[in-house]
Design a protein around this ligand. Sequence first.
Ligand SMILES: *[C@@H]1O[C@H](CO)[C@@H](O)[C@H](O)[C@H]1NC(C)=O
Ligand SMILES: *[C@@H]1O[C@H](CO)[C@@H](O)[C@H](O)[C@H]1NC(C)=O
Length: 350
Amino acid sequence: MKLAVGAQQVLLFLLSWTPAWLSPPPRRDITRSWGAYSPFFSVEPYRPPPRGCLVDQVHILERHGARFPTLGAGARIISAVDKLQSVSRYTDRRLEFLKTFEYQLGVADLVPFGALQSRKSGEVAYSRYGHLVTKDLPLFVRSSGGQRVVDSAWNWTAGFATASRGVHTPTISVIFPENPEFNNTLDDHNCPNAGTSTAQTTTWLSIFAPPITHRLNLAAPGAGLLDGDTYALMSLCAFHSVAAATARGSALTLVLSPFCELFTDEEFADFEYAMDLDKYYGTGPGAYLGLGRVQGVGYTTELLARLTSSHTPLSSPLPGPKNEHEHQHHTRRRPAHVPAQPHALRRLLA
Ligand SMILES: *[C@@H]1O[C@H](CO)[C@@H](O)[C@H](O)[C@H]1NC(C)=O
Ligand SMILES: *[C@@H]1O[C@H](CO)[C@@H](O)[C@H](O)[C@H]1NC(C)=O
């Protein structure tokens, strides 16, 4: 695994470690069924490079840590909660908590749990790759300009610094603004012709949500919930849980929100699939005219330039590792080097 050594040592990480610091939720693990709202988890255990192989350059692309709902998502959640709280009685005791529940989540910002995720991530990066960082080849960090992304990046550098016992004190070298005029290769607004996944997600919502909506409306007679409200309430399970997660030092306890109790594991699997469809058809391989991949071209071009030590068309000096930003409307860029899927997501089309 001998890669070209660039002019700058760049650190990278690819989201594949086991967060042992995240205590498992008490009874069931639905936290992996929250799609883009799921806390980071390892897809596989980390395996160091095999004998005889040497990592000499690392590039890490990382998403911001857990956060509050964005403005639009938050408004839909509040509207759904208001409907549930507008009724005079519940026929299901699992809704009783709503009699005293107050919605107090912020908007879009990192939650303490998200800050801890980023800090831990920096610590893990140091433990795996810290030896690559030297005075001549310093760490290079850049971030997209959204506040939660910048906060994640700072927490990441803080974790890296702490793990190095203060030997390294990395800073963010570049922050790319997220306004549309700026060619921000860490954002997903770079393709004006890109379509949306609305057709697919709306179809799927009309398939999986109606029985749930019906059940909730029986439990809260008169609430008049619509399928969109059901989706919002399922997402609130994730947002409320991560917002309420308590971080004590470096230990973390994630307790599931009472909103999670309103849905079954199977229903969360269907919720997760809605997220799959959103990413697959919104910014992934299934996107309109194949333009999902285009959103990652800028990043991939820069990465190739770094690996070959040439200059990039969009930015100079060569940018370093990044914190990926999720665009406000749930779109999330999928790097262009993710291979096309052999089949469309067939569950929807069946
Ligand atoms: C970590 O993120 C929080 C927001 O959750 C922010 O207030 C704090 O300044 C960040 N920490 C560092 C070291 O930048
Ligand atoms: C962004 O990229 C386009 C196309 O290469 C270019 O015309 C434009 O000047 C760039 N904008 C900035 C702010 O660099």
